[in-house]
Design a binder for this molecule. Structure first.
Ligand SMILES: [Zn+2]
Length: 160
């Protein structure tokens, strides 16, 4: 049995916050606003896993009303839902994600993101794809006011 899930996330970029994507601190003059560390890529992947499990969404599992998740390390949230998937009898088959951000260029950070995500998702790096693109100057992302991320994840039933 295989199950597929989709995730989407969007964060405002503001001054005075670190830019963290896929657990990598990217040097930039602005970072993601949000209750947790604002890691849009990791949030999209977390939501995709929850979606594949039909387990609601990130807001249900990590409510922003709980101080526990204020400035939280989003990789810990991802680890929690990977654990939940294992509990339900599933491993990560593969994941594919796209970050959409106008600046900075993320190319040099992609491999570190894939390393981080593969480790937390108990997966081979070759099964974790991260891509980055701009929005060609259009809308809030194109004006550099926001970052968005999209992800799909395939879960495979653990065979015993
Ligand atoms: Zn988010």
């Amino acid at each position: 049995m295989i199950r597929v899930g989709i995730g989407n996330d969007f964060h405002r970029l503001v001054e005075g916050r670190p830019l963290i994507l896929g657990g990598v601190h990217v040097e930039f003059e602005r970072g993601c606003d949000g209750h947790s560390d604002g890691d849009a890529l990791t949030h999209a992947l977390t939501d995709a896993i929850l979606g594949a499990l039909s387990e609601g969404d990130i807001g249900v599992h990590f409510p922003d009303t709980e101080t526990q998740w204020k400035d939280a390390d989003s990789m810990q949230m991802l680890a929690r839902v990977v654990w939940l998937a294992h509990e339900r009898g599933y491993n990560i088959g593969n994941a594919d994600a796209t970050i959409i951000i106008e600046r900075p260029k993320l190319r040099e950070h992609i491999e570190a993101m894939r390393d981080n995500l593969a480790r937390v998702m108990n997966s081979e790096k070759s099964c974790i794809s991260v891509k980055a693109k701009t929005n060609e100057g259009l809308d809030a992302v194109g004006r550099g006011e926001a970052v968005s991320a999209q992800a799909v994840v395939l879960l495979e039933q653990i065979t015993t």
